[in-house]
Design a protein around this ligand. Structure first.
Ligand SMILES: *Cc1c(COP(=O)(O)O)cnc(C)c1O
Length: 389
């Protein structure tokens, strides 16, 4: 073992929970830091540029802290190549850019509102055509693939928690010559690895679970190791549009990933228990969470995920006003947009004009955190009861 030849840090196949701790870590050279450093630089020394190609060149091309995060994300998603972006929407935009001019992209009817709005805007400007489908209806999605260039799905979807049959859609997309992209923000790579289910590219809003502390915005794409050309196109998009993350943001997300397994496990257990209790609550019209045996996505989620995630769609009795009363009465839950943080938060999605009309007015999206389950229940139960008065 020489000083430049660090040993393997972990055996080839370890569980995702272990990878969350080890992936992207510096090697084992004596006196090296144990954690990846934050490298703040706009450019790199080009002394030997004549003798061979340089990897980094300039701060918009590459950065060692991005690299550490990207190594970690690639390993977590099953050995592909990852790219960090300025935010989740930066990564979504890069995938939209894979659609040729005048081409077609297929999206979930109730997708993340930013993704849906981008599809509508690019359709209005004539850049491409965005077609909306019910992602849980496999036949409908397959029918929409005819003449399409890209299929972009979320599973589970935001905020309706619909579960798509990812292996079936991957097979159909491949047969139709359609690029298959999966937004894996809700599941995280700990619960679902879309590349292994046949996706061509995975997207993340790392702002959510990967960062996990509601203190940073960042996005990512991940492709299979052999998808070099696709990776190069996404990299070119990031470089030329300047859709790059900051090194500090990349470091925060890498730090967040270290505790991802603990957070996903605890938040998921809290969510499953809350979903179960809410089902029988007098103020509740309907609960959407794939852990519930009665949920339409339950069988699929059980087959293709290692857990059910920690987002609940809660339809409150009494419509939008009653749901707003819940949001304004909670004291422990944070009334705020976004999701995937340590803290439990909730939001009535239709308060945004940009939210899909497929989402019920009374739907609260609950992002369940890692607090004590009884504290969460007491606060939510009290707010739900108040909402009915
Ligand atoms: C939040 C979110 C995005 C957008 O990510 P930003 O980091 O806010 O730009 C994309 N997809 C899903 C599913 C999201 O929840």
């Amino acid at each position: 073992m020489t000083a430049t030849d660090p040993p393997d840090q972990h055996p080839a196949s370890v569980s995702p929970a272990t990878l969350a701790v080890t992936a992207g870590r510096p090697g084992y050279r004596a006196d090296d830091p144990v954690t990846a450093p934050v490298v703040l630089t706009s450019t790199y020394v080009a002394r030997d540029a004549q003798t061979g190609p340089l990897d980094r060149v300039y701060g918009r091309w590459d950065n060692p802290t991005w690299q550490a995060l990207e190594d970690a994300l690639a390993e977590l998603e099953g050995g592909g190549r990852a790219l960090g972006f300025a935010s989740g929407m930066g990564a979504v935009s890069a995938v939209f850019d894979l659609v040729p001019v005048g081409g077609r992209i297929v999206l979930p009817r109730a997708a993340y509102s930013g993704t849906a709005s981008l599809g509508a805007e690019l359709t209005a400007s004539g850049r491409l055509t965005a077609v909306e489908v019910e992602v849980a209806d496999t036949d409908a999605v397959v029918a929409a693939l005819d003449g399409a260039d890209v299929l972009l799905v979320e599973s589970p979807t935001n905020p309706m928690l619909e579960v798509a049959d990812l292996p079936a859609l991957a097979a159909a997309a491949r047969a139709a010559g359609v690029l298959f992209a999966v937004d894996n923000t809700f599941a995280t790579p700990l619960l679902q690895r879309p590349l292994e289910l046949g996706a061509d590219v995975v997207l993340h809003s790392a702002t959510k679970y990967l960062g996990g502390h509601s203190d940073v915005l960042l996005g990512a794409t991940v492709v299979a190791a052999e998808s070099e050309e696709l990776h190069a196109r996404l990299h070119a998009y990031r470089t030329l549009r300047g859709a790059i993350p900051g090194p500090w943001e990349a470091w925060l997300v890498l730090r967040g990933i270290r505790t991802l397994a603990l957070r996903v496990e605890r938040a998921g257990a809290n969510a499953a228990e809350l979903a179960r209790r809410l089902t029988n609550h007098p103020a509740v019209h309907r609960v959407r969470h794939p852990s519930l045996p009665t949920d339409p996505g339950h069988a699929r989620a059980t087959a293709q995920m290692r857990g059910y995630g920690a987002i609940i769609g809660l339809e409150v009795r009494g419509g939008g006003d009653a749901a707003e009363r819940v949001a304004s009465t909670v004291r422990l839950w944070v009334p705020a947009t976004s999701l995937g943080g340590l803290e439990s938060s909730l939001e009535r999605r239709r308060r945004h004009a940009s939210e899909s009309s497929a989402v019920p007015e009374s739907l609260l999206r609950l992002s369940v955190g890692i607090e004590d389950i009884e504290d969460l229940w007491r606060d939510l139960d009290a707010a739900l009861r108040t909402s009915q008065r």
